[in-house]
Each structure stands twice: as structure tokens, then as C-alpha cells.
Design a protein around this ligand. Structure first.
Ligand code: PNS
Length: 180
């Protein structure tokens, strides 16, 4: 019998000391388009959370390359093997959306120091507005740390091949958009 088991037996079952708690996390973003970096974050987030909501921002101020429906379809197709994922969209304040979804965490990825300042500002503001929802950061995997949706769009616009940086269905849709 291990030392840990003996200690736990002394105070009865350990279940009472670890109350049931569900982690409902939101992974928000523009996803215009979804990249392999996003996908890695979704896969890792889904292992961490009981339920992960991939939430696409509906931003009326910005004109995205892909419509909300297209972004939804691309994320849905690329995450079909993950069972605890929901793909949704939101408008307005993220913390208000988090409250509506009873989410206790916001998941964000950090690629490099350059991401830190903006992410810190958002996390601190979101915490002030809604302390019940904690922002959790995951470090981007090294192989994706230089990928962003913005740079992907720039490469495609200039005729480059982005198939190693985005899921196959996204690469196909990008090619279709720029092959005219
Ligand atoms: O993929 P992005 O563009 O980096 O995602 C940014 C996003 C969607 C997380 C951020 O812009 C956001 O949360 N927007 C919702 C509006 C809001 O709550 N703003 C205040 C944040 S402090």
C-alpha cells in the first residue's frame, strides 16, 4: 500500500476532499481563418476542460475574410473527433457571454512575449468585470508559435502555399477565395 493511500484511508474516503467540479471553458477568437495553432489549442483545451466552447466573435466593426458560417463550418469539421467541444458565436462582451454560458474559464494561447501585453490587459479587465471567470493561458506549441491568421491571409494573398499551417479544408477554402 502506498503512503498516499494510507493517509487517505486515515481520513475516510478522499472523495469528500475533492468535491465534484466541472471546468467549462471558452476559447474565444476571430478564427479568420482557423489555423493549426488554434487547432492545437482546442485539442489541448479539450483535454483540460470538461466542456470547451469554441466561441467565434461576431464583430460588426470588422469585415472578416470568411463569413461567420464559413468559420463555423471550418472549426466544426476540424474538431469533429473531439466529443466535449461546442462551436458557437458571440457578440458583445466576452464576460457577459461567459456568464450566459456559466463558464468558469476563458482559454487563451500565448505564442511569444509580443502577445503577453494585450493578453494581460484583456485578462485583467475581464477579471475585474467578472471575477468568477478565470483566464487560463496555454503556451503555444513551438511549431505553431509563429503562425497567425493575419500572416496566413497575407501569404495566400501573395500567392504562397499555406497548407502546412492550416487544416486541409481551410487551405482549400483559401485557395478557392484567391484563385479568381
Ligand atoms: O482571435 P482574436 O482576434 O485574438 O480574439 C480576440 C477576442 C475575441 C478574444 C477579443 O477581441 C474579445 O474578447 N472580444 C469581445 C469583446 C470584449 O469582451 N472586449 C473586452 C475584452 S477586455
Amino acid at each position: 500500500m502506498s503512503a498516499r493511500l494510507k493517509v487517505s484511508n486515515m481520513s475516510g474516503t478522499s472523495a469528500g476532499r475533492f468535491p465534484e467540479r466541472r471546468l467549462v471553458a471558452i476559447y474565444p477568437g476571430s478564427f479568420d481563418p482557423l489555423t493549426n495553432g488554434h487547432l492545437d489549442m482546442i485539442a489541448r483545451g479539450s483535454r483540460l476542460a470538461d466542456h470547451l466552447i469554441v466561441a467565434i466573435l461576431r464583430n460588426t466593426q470588422k469585415q472578416p475574410l470568411f463569413s461567420l458560417e464559413e468559420r463555423f463550418e471550418m472549426i466544426d469539421a476540424a474538431t469533429s473527433t473531439l466529443t466535449n467541444i461546442e462551436v458557437d458565436s458571440f457578440e458583445g462582451l466576452l464576460v457577459e457571454y461567459a456568464a450566459r454560458k456559466s463558464a468558469n474559464a476563458i482559454l487563451r494561447g500565448i505564442r511569444a512575449v509580443s502577445d503577453y501585453e494585450a493578453e494581460l490587459q484583456m485578462a485583467l479587465l475581464n477579471r475585474r468585470m467578472r471575477p468568477e471567470t478565470e483566464t487560463v493561458f496555454l503556451m503555444a506549441a513551438e511549431e505553431y508559435s509563429f503562425i497567425s491568421s493575419r500572416i496566413i491571409k497575407e501569404i495566400v494573398t501573395l500567392g504562397g502555399d499555406v497548407s502546412q499551417f492550416v487544416p486541409a479544408s481551410v487551405a482549400a477554402r483559401l485557395r478557392a477565395k484567391f484563385s479568381r
